[in-house]
Design a protein around this ligand. Structure first.
Ligand code: ZN
Ligand code: ZN
Ligand code: ZN
Ligand code: ZN
Length: 158
């Protein structure tokens, strides 16, 4: 009995050594990212069906990380000290793209930034996570955007 248990355990350990997606941990249908050579779900085609959903690991990494965009834009060197990336995004988005859950490696010393506030009500908007709209240099939170849209609608009816 004892030896049987031992064998089982060894086999299980081997299974756990299998490559897994560095973002969600799945072991099926993997591919390697072009930008950084990490194992990731080969799930790009899922996106076409569920548009706008952020349910594809490989798409999320390509679209919503510095690593992915740095590679796509063909910048030189590492994304972590790339000035083109640093200057190409607003600091808050730069930090978001460099530290969100779609990264294998995160920015070690993300730069500080002032929080973005709603131009209408002053609530702090997290550009990476919250819904918002942008009018020129102003950001509006989701609630104010909805209210404004209702106002426009009502005014149009009068
Ligand atoms: Zn995955
Ligand atoms: Zn990458
Ligand atoms: Zn770059
Ligand atoms: Zn607001």
């Amino acid at each position: 009995m004892v030896s049987k248990t031992k064998i089982k355990k060894t086999r299980k350990d081997k299974v756990e050594d299998k490559p897994r997606c560095g973002l969600c941990g799945k072991t099926r249908k993997l591919t390697k990212t072009e930008c950084c050579g990490q194992w990731i779900c080969d799930d790009e085609e899922k996106y076409v069906i569920f548009s706008y959903a952020r349910n594809s690991c490989s798409r999320n990494h390509q679209r919503y990380t510095l690593c992915g965009s740095h590679y796509a834009e063909e910048h030189e060197g590492s994304w972590k000290d790339c000035l083109v990336c640093r200057n190409g995004f607003e600091t808050e988005m730069y930090v978001y793209y460099g530290t969100n859950e779609y990264n294998f490696e995160k920015l070690e010393n993300p730069p500080a930034y002032l929080p973005t506030k709603c131009a209408k009500c002053g609530v702090i908007i997290s550009l990476g996570y919250d819904g918002y709209s942008q009018k020129g240099n102003e950001y509006w939170c989701e609630e104010c955007t909805h209210k404004e849209m209702e106002n426009i609608y009502r005014r149009g009816k009068q």
